[in-house]
Design a protein around this ligand. Sequence first.
Ligand code: ADP
Ligand code: MG
Ligand code: MG
Length: 254
Amino acid sequence: MSVLEIRDLHVSVETDQGTKPILKGVDLTIRTGETHAIMGPNGSGKSTLAYTIAGHPKYIVDSGSITLDGEDVLEMTVDARARAGLFLAMQYPVEIPGVTVTNFLRTAKTAIDGEAPAVRGWMKDVKSAMEKLRMDSSFAARNVNEGFSGGEKKRNEILQLELLKPLFAVLDETDSGLDVDALRIVSEGVNRAKENTGLGVLLITHYTRILRYIKPDFVHVFVNGRVAEEGGPELADRLEEEGYDRFLTETAVS
Ligand code: ADP
Ligand code: MG
Ligand code: MG
């Protein structure tokens, strides 16, 4: 078992108007095999948490820690984080002109494993993963995210997830912009990774819809840069009925 630990994390973001504090003391512990949902209103800092785990240079850690099995993640380069077993699917995936899906996957796999995958087995794995995600085979020759629809970008992220086999995946609004069929296919991919490799999942979402397909063990409500409430799956059901108003009112008063 591996553990990803976030302790009293304070993060600011560089803006044109100077630095702005966003995360104000986040505590989270995720073990492999567990699925944690982070839910919260827009602007509460959910993506900031994802970018910070990813090592995006715009996000400045003021204090606190992120460790993976005791190793300091914040000291690691972006590449080292991936090698250590962290996988980040961003809310807005970037285009990589001139790099095909196939080449990207192979390069990433080689970098993470420290050696190139054996060609035959690898080709088979890629083909099979694409089929399960209902991705047309012509997709493999296209440049990463270039002209991809919203649904294609999300499938491509889950394709990476299934093939790179990380310890932990941070999925930021993977549900946004997906129709029900695509949501089901993408969720099945995440669930396969959970079953096959004991993946730990940090599932960031504004809506409860995806939680019908990917069942969380723990739910954390994120408000104003910190965890305002925690519970089991029943907390998501409550949020579905009540929305975030209760939390927002409390924030306004404090
Ligand atoms: P969420 O994902 O919960 O909607 P974000 O982490 O995207 O929240 O944003 C939290 C707050 O930080 C918002 O007020 C947002 O405007 C601000 N913020 C985040 N990233 C940036 C950025 N790169 N530049 C300026 N402001 C940012
Ligand atoms: Mg947002
Ligand atoms: Mg966001």
